[in-house]
Structure formats: structure tokens, C-alpha cells
Design a protein around this ligand. Structure first.
Ligand code: ATP
Ligand code: MG
Length: 250
């Protein structure tokens, strides 16, 4: 489903991704782990199409379509979703308004009709209940003054409503209390489907106790250095990243 070949990315004159290769099959949950500053968030931004990165080589194929040829909104319409490591606050826009606009923007890009209000309200009610997001929160401006954990749950609500093909979760577990971690994990698990893939960026095995990954990839120095099954995360927990970092400057 997702195939990344020889991806080279730089910001200014600094090279961050240095020939990254990664394949994620449909239905797969792939975890990416790696030291701070190694390019994990950069990878997520480049897949989603954030500006400011120059892609000097390589391709990112989603079901055979090279995402690098598409503007960000068409990548979203093609089913790419990114839950940010640091969700942005949008003070002037209420959550409900934002969610509806996001759903309709994708529908329009796909040539579909806009969602009607009763159907929208029904979906929001169902999904927000699962994530324990109350009405008061939904009426507030997006993420404005939300606690860290509330922001992360709001990201998962967006994902549940948009029903993406490829969901990238960048450290969605950071800042979640134990109950919220379970709630968010259940939200993710309930979205697992044979035609949907997840890229889960995390530093901790704890999340992977709740969301069982099919594959685990170690990223260091701008590349995937090793891929394996769920046991690889346990190994990292014990030994850290020393085996994957060479002495050469990153
Ligand atoms: N816009 C930018 N300008 C300069 N350097 C940048 C920019 N964006 C990213 N970098 C650098 O690229 C490197 C990779 O950053 P990135 O955020 O992708 O790391 P990460 O693997 O997600 O780390 P963490 O685990 O701490 O979240 C860092 O050294 C960072 O300082
Ligand atoms: Mg990061």
C-alpha cells in the first residue's frame, strides 16, 4: 500500500532523510521507533506534503500513486492522514466547524456530495463518545487551551471521521494519561481494517502493548536501519539504539 523508495530530504543545506526505504502493506500496523532528531516527524510531514522540505531524490507511492506529485489536499483526499506530534491550535474555528470543513473538503476533492448536517452530527456523536470527548470540548475553538491529552484525542476523532487509508500517528501517546492511552488505542484498534494501514511513530513499548504492531522499524540517521516483528520493540527497550548509530556525524 505504502512504498517509499530511496527518499532523500533536506531542509536548507541540512540533509535529514538519507535514502529511506519502507514498505507497509494494506492492513498492516507498522511502528517506527528511533532516537530523537533522526527524522521521524520529518518523514511524516513529507508524506503529508508539508512545505519547507526539499525532496532531492526518491518516491513515495500510495497504492501506486506518487504522492510527491500531489498537493497536500489531494494527498488527504487520497486517504493520507497525519496526527501531529504537536497539534496546532486554531483559535477562531470551533471544533465542529473544523471537522465538518475537513470532511467536506475531502468529499469535494473526490467529487462526492457534502455531508448533511444530521448525518455529520450522528457520526461526530458516535465517535466522540468512544473517545470520551464531551460536547463542551466540541464547541470550543479547535485545540485552543486543550490539555495535551485532549489535543491528542481530538486528532484521533478527526481520524475516525475522515476514515483515511494511511494514518500516520506521530507520538500520539506522548502526554496521554493511562486511561486516555487505552481510550486512544481502542480508537485506533477499532479502525484497523484490511484496506487500511497505520504508521505509528512512538518512543515507547507501552503504546505497542495496546496497539499490537505487525512490523517494527528502527529509524536512525535518516534511514530505516532494521525491520522486524513486534519483538524488535522489546529488544530496543532493553538495548536502546547504540547498535544503530555509527560514529559518523548524523
Ligand atoms: N525546519 C527545520 N529547520 C532546521 N532543522 C530542521 C527543520 N526541521 C527538522 N529539522 C532537523 O531535522 C532533524 C530531524 O527532526 P525530526 O523532528 O524529524 O526528528 P524526530 O525523529 O521526529 O525526533 P523526535 O523523536 O524528537 O520527535 C532534527 O535535527 C531537526 O532539528
Ligand atoms: Mg518527532
Amino acid at each position: 500500500m505504502l512504498e517509499i523508495n530511496d527518499l532523500h530530504v533536506s531542509v536548507g543545506d541540512r540533509q535529514i532523510l538519507k535514502g529511506l526505504n519502507l514498505k507497509v502493506a494494506a492492513g498492516e500496523v507498522a511502528a517506527i521507533m528511533g532516537p530523537n532528531g533522526t527524522g521521524k516527524s520529518t518523514l511524516s510531514y513529507v508524506i503529508a506534503g508539508r512545505e519547507g522540505y526539499s525532496i532531492t531524490r526518491g518516491e513515495i507511492l500510495l497504492n501506486g500513486v506518487n504522492l510527491l506529485n500531489l498537493p497536500p489536499h489531494l494527498r488527504a483526499a487520497n486517504g493520507v492522514f497525519l496526527a501531529f506530534q504537536y497539534p496546532v491550535e486554531i483559535p477562531g474555528v470551533a471544533c465542529m466547524q473544523f471537522l465538518k470543513a475537513a470532511m467536506n473538503a475531502q468529499r469535494r476533492s473526490r467529487g462526492e456530495d457534502e455531508i448533511n448536517t444530521p448525518e455529520f452530527m450522528k457520526q461526530v456523536r458516535e465517535e466522540s463518545e468512544k473517545l470520551k470527548i464531551n460536547n463542551e470540548m466540541l464547541r470550543r475553538p479547535l485545540n485552543s487551551g486543550f490539555s495535551g491529552g485532549e489535543k491528542k484525542r481530538m486528532e484521533i476523532l478527526q481520524m475516525a471521521l475522515l476514515q483515511p487509508k494511511l494514518s500516520i500517528l506521530d507520538e500520539t501517546d506522548s502526554g496521554l494519561d493511562i486511561d486516555a492511552l487505552k481510550t486512544v488505542s481502542e480508537g485506533v484498534n477499532s479502525l484497523r481494517r484490511p484496506d487500511r494501514a497505520f504508521l505509528i511513530i512512538t518512543h515507547y513499548q507501552r503504546l505497542l502493548d495496546y496497539i499490537k504492531p505487525d512490523t517494527v522499524h528502527v529509524m536512525a540517521q535518516g534511514r530505516i536501519q532494521k525491520s522486524g516483528g513486534a519483538e524488535l520493540a522489546l529488544e530496543l527497550e532493553k538495548h536502546g539504539y547504540q547498535d544503530y548509530i555509527s560514529n559518523e556525524a548524523a
